[in-house]
Ligand binder design. Structure first.
Ligand code: CO
Length: 170
């Protein structure tokens, strides 16, 4: 009886071993050399989709975004941190071409408004998202402004110093 069990056990082991061998993927040298680089923007039906994140380290993941003049832009800001919007709020606000980042940033900081956009800087902004806390996201759609280089910032008090970047419209 023991011998029989041993026989089956051995047979099982062998068959398992065989299965494993068959499952082993065959090595194809040089077949996967093409690296897929995910683009920062994806364009579909003439609408360019832009994904940008902000984190608890007071940083955007992008310092440059490129679009074409007049193009429809669908931009999503995602706060990938955990902190509340009262302490680490993030928004994405696009400044008018002639706006000075430091003066707009300082005005937003002095105002101390952690929720919305201070009234006195609204005329310096082309478009902006909601103010977000950790885990939240907001999507806005707008037409890319005329060609040129524009600045975007987070308007949370003092964040513009580390949270800023350029929207380059070609
Ligand atoms: Co912020």
């Amino acid at each position: 009886m023991k011998k029989l069990i041993l026989f089956f056990a051995t047979a099982l082991l062998i068959s398992c071993g065989n299965d494993k061998k068959e499952e082993k993927p065959s090595m194809k040298i040089g077949s996967k050399t093409e690296k897929k680089v995910s683009p920062s923007n994806s364009s579909e039906d003439g609408v360019v989709t832009v994904m940008i994140t902000g984190n608890d380290q007071m940083k955007f993941n992008k310092s440059e975004i490129r679009v074409k003049a007049g193009q429809k832009v669908k931009l999503t800001l995602r706060h990938i941190g955990k902190l509340d919007k009262n302490v680490m709020g993030h928004d994405w606000a696009l400044l008018t071409k002639d706006a000075d980042m430091d003066s707009v940033g300082r005005a937003a900081t002095l105002d101390g408004d952690k929720e919305g956009i201070p009234e006195d800087i609204k005329d310096k902004l082309i478009v902006y998202t909601k103010m977000l806390g950790g885990g939240e996201s907001d999507t806005i759609e707008f037409d890319a402004p005329p060609a040129g280089t524009y600045t975007y910032i987070c308007t949370f008090p003092a964040h513009y110093m580390t949270m800023n970047g350029k929207l380059i419209v070609e």
